[in-house]
Design a protein around this ligand. Structure first.
Ligand code: UN1
Length: 513
């Protein structure tokens, strides 16, 4: 494909969105976003925000809170519904913009936007539910119930790999429950964020309920996380950054949701349907160029089928077509940037040094049409041991480390033997073993006879151990991040009833006799 390369001056300049208006940064500085499939293609210039911009956005979000909270939740839900419908109308345009800005192939970019639409509709429905409990009181003529209340201003800090889905996962539950939002997208995907907020504005979110500030983590993200006026923060990104955010937020006892690293494994037992396993492994390891939190980066395989499976995988992986994601024939797009190419290459070298063999790929691809992009060949490393660095550290690229094991127990030990715990999968035809895996794999998500990617928006999404801090996105579990519980007791007896005292007949307390 030939990418149209406009003269640099032609690229548009985009703005922050604060209090319902598109505004420049106080710094007057901008930064560029470029197409990772061809860096000559400049997507646009974006405001390099700083603490002053964040302060304006937080103030707008704070001012919008009373009006938004006074809006009945079903009405808020209707705006979410409108947003979902408008996003569906603009799906193709936004998917194309996404592929251009961050590289994933067009079919996957459409899926990313679709995930945003799905969560918008799911959360629109929550506007009519937001269930609490109504329970009997231990006293006569008294009611007891619990209701959800919003927390306040939500700071939303998101990654580039799902530039529509993940901001929607966070903003939709935050907004339907009555919080207002300050949104800081990744510096690699400010255009996707701008388009998303454009649709939100059109859907009718009132001024100040959604504010967008673009810029770096150091300038914008830190200002959001450390602000006394941001009440809840939701972050998806690396475990290292997540830990720093947790320290800062912890000092203020701020509500915090973290979705961090993964080192997801697929187990293939000897009795598995190997053709199906190959499809699932390729999709999970090399889909989105391996840049999903849920990507399979380890394959744990029973030794008796190891050589056959590796041969099947290597043949298919080597024939995957690399290219710009807008080309219909492309199966694997570029990595997000050159730093990612260097990181992935460094890990392949680390694997080699530790004794792994490269069954396919192993290097950046810079031929002809791909010379101006950040391409890396789908890579399979064999002979990896469970504690090797390539089996322990998140690479976030198209690298699959293969670990051979003798039997199920050893497979479980390998799956669970990392500091992460997001997603896992087992391929087997033995139903008993499938159920054991569902019980034994210590991850927030487990797949049976499917790869590790492709979570749906109506179930909780998140992981255990250093993958997060216990919260979950998506499903109705997401509401817990953005609400506090308020327990309400209504006494209509007309007299003072003392719980735990008046409900015990005098002298009849348990243990009194
Ligand atoms: C991510 O990579 O952070 O389950 C999100 C999946 C997608 C979401 C991935 N629905 O692979």
């Amino acid at each position: 494909m030939t990418v149209h390369v406009p003269p640099q001056g032609e690229a548009p300049t985009f703005h922050h969105f604060i209090d319902g208006r598109w505004v420049p940064s106080a710094t007057g500085r901008t930064f560029e976003s470029r197409n990772p499939a061809d860096r000559r293609d400049l997507v646009g210039r974006f405001q390099a925000g700083d603490a002053a911009d964040v302060a304006r956005a937080i103030m707008a979000a704070g001012d919008a809170l009373p009006g938004w909270q006074a809006t009945p939740a079903p009405r808020r839900g209707e705006i979410l519904y409108r947003f979902g419908a408008l996003l569906a109308e603009r799906k193709e345009e936004i998917a194309r913009a996404m592929t251009r800005e961050m590289g994933k192939v067009l079919t996957e970019a459409r899926g990313d936007v679709q995930e945003g639409i799905d969560i918008a509709f799911l959360m629109a429905g929550e506007g009519r539910r937001l269930f609490g409990d109504t329970v009997p009181s231990e006293l006569p003529d008294k009611w007891a119930m619990s209701i959800r209340v919003p927390i306040g201003v939500a700071g939303i800090v998101t990654p580039w790999n799902f530039p529509v889905a993940i901001p929607c996962w966070k903003m939709m539950p935050a907004l339907v429950t009555g919080n207002t939002v300050v949104f800081k997208p990744a510096t690699d995907t400010p255009h996707c964020a701008t388009l998303l907020v454009e649709v939100m504005a059109e859907a009718g979110f009132p001024p100040g309920t959604v504010n967008l500030v673009t810029g770096t983590g150091a300038d914008v993200g830190d200002a959001i996380v450390s602000s006394a006026d941001v009440d809840v923060v939701s972050f998806t990104g690396s475990t290292a950054v997540g830990k720093r955010i947790a320290e800062t937020a912890g000092r203020r006892l701020k509500r915090l949701s973290l979705e961090l690293g993964g080192k997801n494994a697929i187990v293939v037992m000897a009795d598995a349907d190997l053709d199906l396993a190959v499809d699932g492994i390729l999709w999970s390891a090399f889909g989105t160029t391996g840049q999903r939190c849920t990507a399979a980066s380890r394959l744990v395989v029973e030794r008796s089928v190891h050589d056959r499976l590796v041969a099947m995988l290597a043949e298919r992986a080597a024939s995957l077509r690399l290219g710009p994601g807008l080309d219909p024939g492309t199966e694997v797009g570029p990595l997000i940037n050159e730093a990612a190419v260097e990181k992935v290459a460094a890990y392949v070298e680390i694997g080699r040094q530790a004794g792994a063999e490269v069954a396919c790929g192993g290097a950046p691809v810079r031929d002809d049409d791909l010379a101006h992009g950040s391409f890396f060949a789908p890579t399979i490393l064999t002979g990896v041991r469970p504690m090797d660095r390539v089996a322990q550290e998140e690479i976030f690229g198209p690298v699959l480390s293969v670990i051979a094991v003798d039997g199920y127990e050893e497979a479980v030990a390998a799956v669970n033997g990392t500091r992460y715990g997001l997603s896992s999968a087992i391929f087997t035809r033995d139903v008993n073993r499938a159920f054991r895996a569902m019980r034994d794999f210590r991850t927030g998500i487990v797949y049976v006879n499917a790869g590790t990617i492709g979570a749906e928006t109506h179930l909780p999404f998140g992981g255990v151990k250093e993958t997060g801090n216990g919260g979950r996105e998506a499903g109705h579990a997401a509401l817990d991040t953005y609400t506090e519980w308020k327990s309400v007791y209504v006494d209509f007896s007309g007299r003072l009833q003392r719980a735990q005292i008046d409900n015990q007949p005098a002298g009849d307390e348990p243990g009194a006799r």
